[in-house]
Design a protein around this ligand. Sequence first.
Ligand SMILES: [Zn+2]
Length: 278
Amino acid sequence: MADRPLTLMAVHAHPDDEASGTGGVLARYAAEGIRTVLVTCTDGGCGDGPGGVKPGDPGHDPAAVAAMRRTELEASCEVLKVSHLELLEYADSGMMGWPTNDAPGSFWQTPVEDGAARLAELMRRYQPDVVVTYDENGFYGHPDHIQAHRITMAALELVEAAPKVYWTTAPHSMMKRFGEVMREFGADFEEPDDPTEAVDLHSIGLPDEEVSTWVDTTAFGDQKFDALAAHASQGENIFFLRMGKERFNDLWGVETFVRVKDSTGAAVPETDLFAGLR
Ligand SMILES: [Zn+2]
């Protein structure tokens, strides 16, 4: 273990998820000298296009969107000081129920073992000490997030790596505050124009006492916000940007996880993903 740096690997679905979900821990651990590896599974081609063109509308070109989002992802990684960015480049499957779910080559249509084999190869190369991904609901039900979860857990079966494995989560107390802030800003997840885009806030996260790991990243709030802002083309979909830096950091300054694998014996609740490893 001494011949390589402590390593964090975060497996995410789309460009921008690294910032919203784990921007704080990526920035914090990079600042502590830990190697940070970000694996982004899809190209984000179902995002908004230049000029805000929505997926499925005339003029929406997934290849052009993917190219634009790759540049934004690289800028975000620069802000977060991510050591290594790895792209699996599967086609974005879009939100659950979209026709893009069934497109050949979409991440959702990719056999789990194919994605897992590619991810396992990266795990062999980087030998991460800590792996972070989503829970089995992909945190909020997006097919690519669910698939990222599945290939990560399958890859971990193939490789002897990662003494600690985590799923991102949010304690119900935080989701409640988030719901209040959203209402204050006039947004409501539960009554979107398109019911297929409804996200049930109550189905997200865990009771506070089931959250194992609370990492204080408030000192890195500016970086997290700036990384999110680097995904400017998706700004309309990124509610957090409307909150402003201070409110954002106040709400999401502590990043929370549930520990699903551990061979260090570190006591929970813990405040450090690397507890027991250094
Ligand atoms: Zn995503």
